[in-house]
Write a protein that binds this ligand. Structure first.
Ligand code: KG4
Ligand code: ZN
Length: 389
């Protein structure tokens, strides 16, 4: 079964063609464009800019992915007036994108794919709509069934496939109940999975997500967006050189009786600490040693809460397998701490599949279909920025 999948929920535009056979997945074509440089100047993702960048990139990326999969074959096809009108209605304010979609449909063969999968939420709505409407247009023009995928289910499923070769993955065997720790720029969630495809959220952040806290603290420390990888690298240096801070940042909700999180107070604690320190050291942001010591203490506070709550949930729910997903799953210290403190088997996604990508969206549809999920194709699919698991 061949799936075309599209992801545009935040600042990465992704298009993938994958083939699933039994427990194995082969990536036939994959194209990803990051908007990090575009947003870096604003210190975060700017929705209107994200939407425009997705709209510019999506068809070139589709062509790249189809071509890599050997599915981009020149052949003239007539597009009916009704079909052209349908595409125009989907993108009333984007002539350029309408033109590119009509072009690909009229100059190339219908590709031999079986399904189209697209992230329908959660995420930035203007960004999500680009992917959703492009998927609707292609599914309509090529007469392919179209399925919405929850971005968070993509992050969950990304941990279930083990990379076996450059382009191949195979489904891991694991025991239930499983627990998924989802840590990204928009989410911090613990999701209990009793059986395939049954997701029960048992805790979530009450304010900022953990990745968002990394990004905001990076900004306070004068580091560019996205902050996670930069903070993590500085913290690693501080740890290697045994630089300890003479301060302990708070571990919000560490001992609360639930599985919720809160990261906004931790970020504010860093802000106040840096502000006070700047009175004595006006050039603090140029002092790499000081910055990396703060980065270390922040990272350790943020991650201690994640690890402690995850461990508690594993004990209470008799969890047999821990799955980790989302951009912060790429964090080395988190991986180390979980591996050290958690006694059940842990499945991590590859680093490529940790941050946003369209491979995990195709994997999620494949996983659903191969676990017998009855799905009806949705021609009039809508984006939903607040979609929940
Ligand atoms: O899953 P993702 O790519 O996008 C969302 O769905 O939000 O996650 C992006 C987030 C950003 O906040 C980024 O700073 C964080 O993941 N991140 C990291 C690391 N790599 C990415 N945070 C900590 N350590 C990392 N190595
Ligand atoms: Zn994500």
């Amino acid at each position: 079964m061949k799936i075309l999948s599209i992801e545009t929920s935040c600042d990465e535009t992704g298009v993938t063609i994958l083939e699933g056979i039994g427990d194995r997945i082969t990536i036939l074509g994959n194209a990803l464009a990051s908007q990090i440089e575009l947003h870096a100047q604003y210190g975060g993702v700017f929705p209107a800019l994200a939407k425009r960048a997705h709209a510019e990139k999506i068809i070139p990326l589709l062509k790249e992915a189809l071509s890599a999969a050997n599915l981009l074959r020149v052949s003239a096809r007539e597009i009916s007036t009704a079909d052209s009108a349908y595409i125009q209605e989907l993108f009333p304010h984007d002539e350029a994108l309408v033109g590119k979609i009509i072009d690909i449909a009229s100059h190339y063969e219908i590709p031999a794919i079986d399904y189209v999968a697209v992230t329908s939420g959660p995420g930035l709505e203007p960004a999500l709509w680009v992917g959703v409407n492009t998927a609707r247009a292609l599914a309509h023009l090529w007469s392919k069934p179209l399925y919405p995928i929850n971005h968070m289910e993509g992050h969950v499923v990304s941990a279930l496939f083990k990379q076996t070769g450059e382009k191949t993955y195979s489904l891991e065997e694991f025991e239930y109940p499983a627990l998924s720790l989802l840590v990204s720029g928009g989410h911090t969630e613990l999701v209990l999975i009793d059986s395939p495809l049954s997701y029960k959220k048992i805790g979530a952040t009450r304010d900022d997500a953990v990745g968002e806290a990394f990004d905001k603290v990076a900004r306070i420390l004068g580091l560019p967006y996205p902050g996670g990888p930069k903070i993590s690298a500085l913290a690693l240096d501080a740890r290697r050189q045994s630089q300890d801070a003479d301060i302990t940042f708070p571990r919000p909700m560490l001992h609360s009786q639930d599985y919720d999180f809160s990261y906004s107070g931790l970020k504010t604690a860093v802000l106040y600490y840096v502000r006070d320190l700047a009175k004595e050291h006006p050039n603090i942001l140029k002092n790499v040693k000081m910055i990396s010591t703060i980065a270390r203490e922040f990272e350790e506070a943020a991650i201690e809460v994640l690890v402690t709550k995850t461990k508690k949930a594993i004990e209470e729910y008799n969890v047999q397998t821990l799955l980790v997903g989302g951009g912060v799953a790429a964090n080395t210290y988190l991986r180390e701490q979980l591996s050290e403190k958690i006694s059940v088997p842990i499945l991590f996604p590859t680093r490529e599949l940790s941050t946003d990508n369209s491979i995990m969206i195709g994997m999620a549809l494949y996983y659903q279909l191969s676990h017998g999920k009855e799905k009806s194709a949705l021609e009039n699919l809508e984006a939903d920025g607040n979609l929940s698991l």
